[in-house]
Design a protein around this ligand. Structure first.
Ligand SMILES: [Fe+2]
Ligand SMILES: [Fe+2]
Length: 283
């Protein structure tokens, strides 16, 4: 029903090679995706030239795109005034002016949230307005009584992590992550597309959400799948993904969705599937 490409941490200013960039565009366009979701760190230092190069890449995709900023897309530390006053001004100018971009597709509702700010160098932050945007974005988009098989898969796009990935090991988690994760559960989010770690990894988290119907228990368990994409085009791959480029395909169907990790093969000069993970949509 819906087919997305999920790219992250493309880091213009630190790209591996134009060969990787070209291979990414070729791979995404040949798959005929409905939407490209970019989960932040489009640049290395938030320079105008880097944003223009990142924008040029996004505009090479045949499909529409949706993007949120990452910590590298805020003014660098040596511009403290701008960092605090309007940290993602350049992202807004060159990429997207909407802090909560949204796309409704047959089979998927996609909402982006900006977790980048100017207060720390690395970490993200999500506050009350962001939680409200998550709830409104998904719950406001509901058109009919939802059943797991017929409702669109709800996909949240955010740069930083809302949950510590158990299998990845120590990593930073956004400030306000727990509350944001609960807001996502309340909104029935099925899948979070994020990045930041430069490690391609899929894991799910069980969280709770308030009961929404009379007679329902005060809290109900809700599963959210987290797809942390590796860096699609930069040299900054970490841990097991060192010097390796990844991105994801997401497909949705009636009552299911799938995340497929694709890895760049430098010998072949193209991306190939490494793993695919299929999930049932839960109520
Ligand atoms: Fe990054
Ligand atoms: Fe980041």
């Amino acid at each position: 029903m819906a087919h997305l490409a999920h790219i992250s941490d493309i880091h213009f200013g630190k790209i591996a090679s134009m060969r990787v960039v070209d291979a990414l565009v070729e791979d995404v366009n040949s798959a005929g995706v409905d939407l490209v979701a970019a989960s932040g760190d489009l640049t290395q230092r938030a320079f105008p030239k880097q944003f223009m190069e990142a924008r040029a890449l996004l505009d090479r995709f045949d499909a529409p795109w949706l993007a949120v900023p990452g910590n590298h897309d805020v003014y660098p530390w040596w511009r403290p005034g701008q960092r605090l006053v309007d940290p993602v001004r350049r992202f807004r100018r060159y990429i997207c002016d909407d802090p909560y971009p949204q796309q409704s597709l047959p089979g998927a509702e996609v909402v982006g949230v900006n977790s980048a700010h100017g207060w720390t160098v690395m970490g993200g932050r999500l506050g009350p307005r962001d939680r409200e945007a998550i709830r409104d974005g998904f719950l406001g988009a509901q058109q009919a009584p939802a059943s797991p098989a017929s409702r669109p898969v709800r996909i949240l796009v955010v740069h930083h992590h809302l949950h510590l990935l158990q299998e990845v090991g120590p990593h930073d988690v956004s400030r306000g992550a727990t509350k944001a994760l609960h807001a996502a559960a309340e909104a029935g989010v099925d899948l979070i597309l994020c990045g930041h770690l430069h490690v391609s990894h899929i894991e799910h988290v069980k969280t709770t959400r308030p009961g929404r119907e009379i007679g329902a228990p005060a809290t109900a368990e809700h599963r959210i799948v987290i797809a942390s994409a590796g860096t699609a085009t930069s040299t900054r791959g970490r841990r097991s993904n060192r010097r390796t480029n990844f991105y994801n395909h997401v497909r949705t169907g009636e009552g299911w969705f799938e995340v497929e990790e694709r890895r760049y093969d430098p010998d072949l000069g193209r991306f190939d599937t490494t793993r695919a993970h299929r999930f049932d949509v839960e109520d």
